[in-house]
Unconditional design. Structure first.
Length: 388
């Protein structure tokens, strides 16, 4: 095993000397991921706040004076134009409200300008709702009835989700994806150069001629890739955490603050999450090692790994859209890759059981050994080492 550590040290030092790789793997996730994750949220929160505080012009035609007053209450300025529909199409106003056929029609470019038009249309609907309530109340009083008869009871909804799930928000669904992305990015920086890259440089034959078993060589390269996979993941998660704290300053009074979320896990849950991510990183690194060793060149290795990246995303997409409909059967935690995403999702939401985590860890550990054995076999196969 000592030889494997020396091989790992060789790869770590070799990668560390490449300052461009270190910058891309360790610094970029820290600096860029807050913008990728929370930039749109902060921007949308700023636009929503601006829309609520500012007064927008709305073209109107044939609407009652009372409705015009309600539009002003929700910070809209009614403007009577000859052809409100044309005004909306030309972009002169964001929306129009016309009384037609005993009702009202809202004109807006909700497809072409979904965000800006959506805010204004929301204000118009709010004014129309208040106007409807006023009319209904007046008619009920005229008929000698109490308007309260329309509300015979009140409905109160209570969220019984665990506190971890309530606070996680967007982080719950996105953390597994970003962990997978960070792990791939960090491991690729080492593994491709340590396999296909060494083939191109002609240094692989020297390493294979050393008095070290091919399994130890594979294990050493796996350890080196694992180190950078973990470092990249930590860098990215720190960036996401800082981004979440920064984003909350701009979304404090908005519903978007709930979407931003944060990880409020205890030490035990965090340790479980770390073990799960570490096993997943080992499995991905071993898989990259086997694929990279099979490739003839650095470029060919990248060609193989790109589809692999897409394949790894599919289980996560299934989880995002179908997680609420899955029965938490233990056999799901034995499905490679999917089990890791499912375990992370449940840990972040505070709903993971020790039995499920145990099945996940055992099955992922078996997958690591299989991938490592495949990689060691590729190191031992002359038809793979000398492919041309």
């Amino acid at each position: 095993m000592k030889a494997a550590w020396w091989v790992a040290l060789k790869e770590i030092v070799s990668t560390w000397r490449d300052k461009r790789t270190i910058r891309n793997v360790l610094l970029l996730p820290l600096l860029l991921m807050p913008f990728f994750m929370y930039g749109p949220t902060v921007l949308l929160g700023g636009l929503e706040k601006s829309s609520q505080e500012n007064v927008q012009q709305v073209a109107v035609c044939n609407i009652p004076d009372e409705l015009s007053r309600l539009l002003k209450r929700v910070k809209l300025q009614p403007v009577r134009l000859a052809d409100p529909r044309v005004a909306v199409e030309r972009g002169e106003v964001d929306a129009a409200l016309c009384a037609e056929g005993g009702g009202f029609v809202i004109y807006a470019q909700t497809t072409a300008k979904p965000i800006k038009s959506g805010f204004v249309v929301g204000k118009i609907q709010q004014a129309l709702s208040m106007y409807k309530q006023q009319i209904v109340a007046e008619r009920l009083r005229a008929a000698g009835l109490d308007p309260g008869v329309l509300e015979p009871f009140r409905v109160r909804q209570q969220d019984l989700s665990p506190k971890e799930a309530k606070s996680a928000g967007m982080m719950a669904s996105m953390t597994p994806y970003f962990l997978m992305f960070f792990i791939m990015m960090g491991a690729m920086a080492v593994i491709i150069d340590a396999t296909a890259g060494e083939k191109e440089k002609g240094t692989l034959e020297v390493l294979l001629a050393a008095p070290v078993s091919h399994l130890q060589i594979a294990a050493g390269k796996l350890l080196a890739g694992l180190v950078f996979a973990v470092l990249t993941s930590l860098s990215g998660l720190i960036g996401l955490t800082l981004g979440a704290l920064y984003a909350k300053r701009f979304t404090r009074d908005s519903d978007l603050a709930l979407a931003t979320g944060n990880l409020s896990l205890g030490p035990t849950a965090l340790s479980y999450l770390f073990v799960t991510a570490l096993l997943y990183a080992a499995m991905i690194t071993a898989l990259l090692l086997a694929v990279g060793m099979y490739a003839r060149s650095y470029k060919e290795a990248q060609t193989y790994i790109s589809p692999l990246f897409m394949v790894l995303i599919i289980p996560m997409l299934v989880l995002i859209f179908a997680a609420d409909y899955l029965h938490q059967s233990l056999w799901l935690y034995a499905v490679p890759v999917f089990n890791v995403y499912l375990a992370m999702d449940q840990l972040i939401k505070g709903q993971a059981s020790l039995a499920a985590l145990g099945v996940c860890w055992i099955s992922t550990g078996v997958a690591v050994l299989i991938a490592l054995a495949w990689a060691a076999r590729n190191f031992s196969s002359e038809s793979v080492v000398f492919r041309n």
